[in-house]
Design a protein around this ligand. Structure first.
Ligand code: F3S
Length: 292
């Protein structure tokens, strides 16, 4: 059985940076906290917890220590609240998200109508809008765009993980909604690159294993795109979920992982698969001896 790893997989730049910031904080004296889980991966969150970096829900949950802002970012009032409390803030907002926040802010300051392309309830989209004093109109699809009124000046900011395909099509609609349309293309390539690599691999293997948190949107999407090209796909969080039966009569297995899946989990998955491969090979030899 051949195991192939997707060309682009696992931690993206922003997530890697956020986990590094949290890990460094765990080496410092004093308590550290992340505002919300640092990433959508329960194993990483637990590991950090064991090193003394716990997630909190609100700034009001703590009165001292270091507070880490995760890669999705937060609104300006959180920085203010933390400063007023005298907390030490480590900002792990992904620089791509930071740019989208600042672009949204500038659109409002320039007196334009702000349109944000993204998922209404996604923390990143909420944080972008907070920098624009919550004045942005959040739209998710072409239908939402069609319903917008025609305005004099419009600025568009995009959720970093938004689909490029959907972006092009929505912009086509928005071009009819304002004569002065300024588009800040704040899409980050990491998500698209992982999806493209996953599809390429799914097309050439018998089976795909997608590794990552069940609560991770981008990992779920990776599993979806692999299934869409007709490849049998299993989405697992850790090596403990792998089943021997999956690999019977399988020649090639592809492995990919979401942007919030650490390398050590991917490594464990590959190691377990290699052990299973040996078991299957040994079982095959037994059958051969028995003349089956
Ligand atoms: Fe940043 Fe892109 Fe990752 S926006 S958090 S590098 S998916």
């Amino acid at each position: 059985m051949e195991i192939k790893l997707a060309e682009n997989h696992g931690f993206c730049y922003g997530v890697k940076r956020a986990v590094e910031i949290a890990t460094e904080a765990s080496n410092e004296p004093g308590r550290s906290y992340t505002l919300g889980p640092i990433i959508h991966n329960p194993q990483v969150v637990d590991k950090l917890k064991n090193r003394g970096v716990s997630p909190i829900e609100e700034v009001s949950d703590i009165s001292e220590g270091t507070m880490i802002i995760r890669s999705h970012g937060v609104g300006p009032e959180i920085y203010k609240e933390a400063e007023e409390k005298g907390l030490h803030v480590l900002d792990a907002t992904c620089p791509h998200v930071k740019k989208a926040q600042m672009d949204a802010k500038s659109v409002i300051e320039d007196g334009m109508t702000l349109v944000i392309l993204g998922e209404k309830n996604h923390p990143e989209v909420k944080s972008i809008n907070l920098w624009a004093k919550n004045k942005g109109i959040i739209i998710e699809d072409e239908k939402n765009a069609e319903n917008l009124q025609v305005v004099e000046k419009m600025g568009v900011v995009v959720q970093t993980t938004f689909s490029q395909f959907k972006f092009n099509s929505i912009i086509g609609v928005l071009e009819k909604k304002s004569k002065n349309l300024k588009v800040f293309k704040t899409i980050c390539n990491a998500t698209q690159e992982r999806q493209n690599s996953a599809v390429d691999l799914a097309r050439e293997v018998d089976l795909m294993i997608v590794v990552g948190g069940k609560n991770s949107g981008n990992t779920n999407r990776l599993a979806e795109v692999c299934r869409d090209v007709g490849c049998t796909t299993y989405h697992i969080e850790t090596s403990a979920e792998i089943q021997l039966a999956w690999f019977e009569n399988v020649q090639t297995v592809g492995v990919t992982a979401g942007a919030s899946t650490p390398d050590w989990i991917i490594k464990e998955v590959i190691e377990t698969m290699k052990e299973f491969e040996e078991l299957l090979a040994a079982a095959g030899q037994e059958d051969f001896k028995k003349g089956n």
